[in-house]
Design a protein around this ligand. Structure first.
Ligand code: KIV
Ligand code: ZN
Length: 388
């Protein structure tokens, strides 16, 4: 089975979220946690953007040894020099060069012609290779670019020494079938000329499809995924690391692959990133949201109490999350009510269960959610109930 490399960009694309800027210590704290999560690559910042970013990348390079540290910059010598300066103490550094490949980028952003941009990319990779053996080249806005032009660019930058080509869906324009098809074509061609080069994807979530697009790309040959914790990032965010990693873990044969992520650190990492960046995780967020393992429907609660497998695709502990939670509501049946009562230390005799459950439902109808204290008040006030 193939190894799928996980590239985390929480500290770069993730940090671009308004209000999420981290100070030096906070960046280090998250970097250490990402190392514990065992990401293969950690994009630590954009060193030419500010002195603060430069220093953070330099310190992360000094302290992080188990993940490859990456710096991002434009295809210009001054950015590449700055990337190298910040990365030079890293154990296994990678320079990441980004340059637009779509018509709109080439003409509107750079006001150049496609051949000049292609040459700029080649020159940048050639220059970066003086510094590091690993160089990633990103064809920004790839999902809106012409395939033949992209392929000529890929061939040229690989010849110049790029060890990873990244196909970003920069504006979240792609849909899984089309994006998978695009990756398939690039993968096939790359196998003929440079099978050792990593084929990477970087998706944004503007249409809510970042995870689906990334997984479609993996299915079609990509062997490196760029993502962030909790899916944070520019605008609607990036691909969520936890979703992609668990998707691959649940379907290894389908994706013909595995990652080296330490799954049991996923939940803790999610909490740390949320707290440190001051970005709440939506309650229904897949895997790491507060409700991800909370069950409130009576039918589900009854099924779960018989066997967790009935309504859970994996154990919360697999990602280091707290155990599944039965939330008592007006839809909770006797089984769930009795289960919570027992957990709180009460024994309800079978012949009074119906009646006490009916009293519970009256409370649940008044309140949206019934807390432990409500159950305790109800049961303490009923002389037929025994407290252990
Ligand atoms: O979204 C994007 O295209 C990027 C590149 C730097 C990969 O963030
Ligand atoms: Zn991005």
């Amino acid at each position: 089975m193939r190894k799928i490399y996980v590239f985390d960009t929480t500290l770069r694309d993730g940090e671009q979220v308004p209000g999420a800027k981290l100070n030096f210590e906070e960046k280090m704290y998250i970097a250490k946690q990402l190392e514990k999560l065992r990401v293969d690559y950690m994009e630590a910042g954009f060193p030419s953007s500010s002195q603060g970013d430069f220093e953070a990348v330099r310190e992360i390079s000094r302290q992080i040894k188990d993940s490859s540290v990456v710096a991002l910059g434009r295809a210009v010598k001054s950015d590449i020099d700055r990337m190298y300066e910040s990365l030079k103490e890293a154990a296994n550094p990678m320079i990441h060069i980004v340059l637009g490949s779509s018509n709109v980028h080439i003409t509107k952003k750079f006001n150049k012609n496609p051949e000049d941009i292609l040459q700029m990319g080649v020159d940048a990779v050639t220059y970066a290779k003086r510094y590091t053996s690993q160089v990633e080249y990103s064809l920004e806005d790839a999902s809106r670019s012409d395939l033949e032009y992209m392929w000529r660019t890929i061939e040229a930058v690989v010849k110049a020494g790029a060890t990873c080509v990244n196909i970003p869906d920069t504006v979240g324009f792609a849909v899984p079938e089309l994006f998978g098809g695009l990756i398939h074509q690039i993968y096939d061609r790359l196998q003929n000329v440079a099978p050792h080069v990593l084929l990477s994807v970087h998706c944004h979530n503007d249409s809510g499809l970042a995870t689906a697009n990334t997984l479609a790309a993996v299915r079609n040959g990509a062997n490196k995924v760029e993502c962030t914790i909790n899916g944070i990032g520019e605008r609607a965010g990036n691909t969520s690391l936890e979703e992609v990693v668990m998707g691959i873990k649940l379907h290894p044969e389908y994706y013909d692959g595995y990652t080296d992520i330490n799954h049991s650190a996923i939940y803790e990492t999610s909490r740390i990133v949320s707290r440190t960046m001051g970005l709440d995780v939506q309650v229904n967020k897949a895997l790491v949201g507060e409700n991800a393992f909370a069950h409130s429907s009576g039918i589900h609660q009854d099924g779960l109490l018989k066997s967790k497998e009935v309504y859970e695709i994996f154990e919360p502990s697999d990602i280091g999350a707290p155990p599944m939670d039965i939330v008592l509501t007006a839809r909770s049946g006797k089984h769930a009510f009795e289960y919570i009562s027992k957990k709180l230390g009460y024994e309800i005799a079978p012949e009074v269960l119906n009646e006490i459950h009916a009293n519970f439902l009256k409370i649940a109808d008044e309140k949206k959610e019934v807390y432990d204290n409500d159950v305790i008040d109800l049961l303490d006030g009923d002389e037929r109930v025994q407290k252990n």
